[in-house]
Ligand binder design. Sequence first.
Ligand code: GDP
Length: 506
Amino acid sequence: MVLTTDTIAAIATGMTDSGIGIVRISGKKAVEIGDGLFTSPSGKRILKNAESHRLYHGFFLNIDEVMAVVMKSPRSFTGEDIVEIQCHGGVLVMQKILEAILKAGARLAEPGEFTKRAFLNGRMDLSMAEAVIDVIHSQNEFALTSSVNQLKGMLSEKVKALRADILYEIAFIESALDDPEHISLDGYTDRLAKKIDNLSESVSALIKTADNGKLIKEGISTVIVGKPNAGKSSLLNLIMGEDRAIVTDVAGTTRDILQETIRLGGISLNIMDTAGIRDTEDIVEKIGVEKAKKFAGKADLVLYVADTSVSLDENDREIISFLSSHKKNVIVLLNKSDLPSVTTEDEIRGLFEELSGQNGKKADTAQNDTLKANVPLDDINSKENNAEQIIVEKPGNRTEKVIMIKSSARNQSGLEQLEYTIKSIFFQGEIKSSNEIVITNMRHKEALQEAYDSLGMVKKSIQDNMPEDFYSIDLMSAYSSLGRIIGEEVDDDLVNEIFSKFCMGK
Ligand code: GDP
C-alpha cells in the first residue's frame, strides 16, 4: 500500500460545544503550517523551534487563545510530525481553526486516516489499529478492557509467537530438504505432529473466546416477556436507572421506545422490542407469548417476569409452554417478592416441567431427568442471601438453562443477582480476566479459523505419510492467515475498508 505523505488535518474532538477542542495536523508540513498560524503571547513564532511533546501557550491567529504541542516524527501517533492545537471547544472556533489550517496547505483528513498512517508507518500493527476504534466504540467495561488489551499488543504478541513457531518448522523442513546430508528428518514427523497439536490447541483456544468476545462487544440480545402488570417496565426502568417508561397500575398503559441497549454492570443487554412490552393495542402482545415467539429465535436470553403476588394464569401457562419447548436461556424473575407470595417458585418450576412434558416429551421423565445448569450455584447464592435460584431441570428437548431469581422492582432487589447470573450463563461463571485475550473482531476469528484448518491439513499430511514438502505448504498458509490479523499480506482494499469505518479526526 502506498503511503501518502501530504499533510492532513481534522478536528479530533466531538462536534459539539465542549470545554476543549483539539485540531490535529499531521505530515511533513505540519510544523511549518502550525508555525505560520500560532504565536506566543509576545507575538513570536515559536513552533518551528519548539521542543517536542511540550505544550505552548499562545494565540491562533486572532481566532482563539490556545495551547499548541508539536510531536516530532517518529515519536508521534502517526509517526509523522504532528501539531495539535487545543482551543476552546466551540464548534465554530474549531471549524475556523481547521479552515485556516486547510488554507495554509493541509488537506482535510479522511475518516481514520491518522490511524491508517500510524499503521502504514509501522507505529502499530493492524490488530492494534483496529483496537483504536474498538476502544472508542466500547459500550461496556469488558469491551473496553479487551480493546485496550488488544491496543497494548496482547493479541499481536500471541499471534507473532504462533507465527514464529510455525516459521521455525517451515525453515527446518526447507533446510533439511536442501541439505539432507547434514540435517536429518528422521523422527521429525512425530515431533512436528506434537507441535501441530499444541499450535492447534492455542489457536482453537483463541477462537473459542470469540463467542464471549461477540457478546461482550455487541451485547446480549434479550427479550423480556411476562403478562401485563408483572412489572416488566418497572424492572427495565430499574436497570436503566431512570424512569424512561411510564409505569402505571392499569395493565398495559405504558408505552415507550423500541429496542434499547442497557448496561447491567459490565455487560450490555440489547432489549428487543421494548415497545412490545408496553403495547396497549394488541392483546396478544400484552400477554407476551407472541413477542416471545417473534423474538426468542433471535434472542440469546429470555427474561420472563412472573408476578408472584397473584396466581399463575393462562397467560403464564402460554408463555411457559412456549419457553419450555425452546432451547433458550431463560431467567425467570420472580417479581413483586416484596408482596405476600401467592405463586411460589415450585409452582413455576412445576409448570415448566409439566408443560415441557406436554411438548412432545414424556412427562413422567420430568421428575428424574434433571439437568444441572452450568452455573456455580453456591457462588450465586452467596451473592445475595435473600434471593434463591432454582435450576429448573429440563426434561425433553430443552438444553439451555432456566434459572429463577427473586426480584422486586419496588425494593430494587434482584438486579445484582441478575447480573451475576447472566455472566454465569454467558461467560462461564466469570468474564475473562483482564489479562486474557478475547477475540472481538470477526476478521480475526476468520483468520484464526483458516489457520486452524491449515494446521489440520498438516496433521492430515503427516497421518497420510505425505512427503515433507507438503507440510510446508500448509504451514505456510497457516503462517499467512495469522499474518493477516496483524496486517501482513493484507491488500489495500481491506486496509481502506477497515479505516473507512473510523470516525473523522482519528
Ligand atoms: P408491565 O405491564 O409488566 O410492564 O408492568 P409494570 O412495570 O407497568 O408494573 C405494573 C404495576 O406493578 C405498577 O403499578 C408497578 O408499580 C407495580 N410493580 C412492578 N414491580 C413491582 C414490585 O416488585 N413490587 C410491587 N409491590 N409492585 C410492583
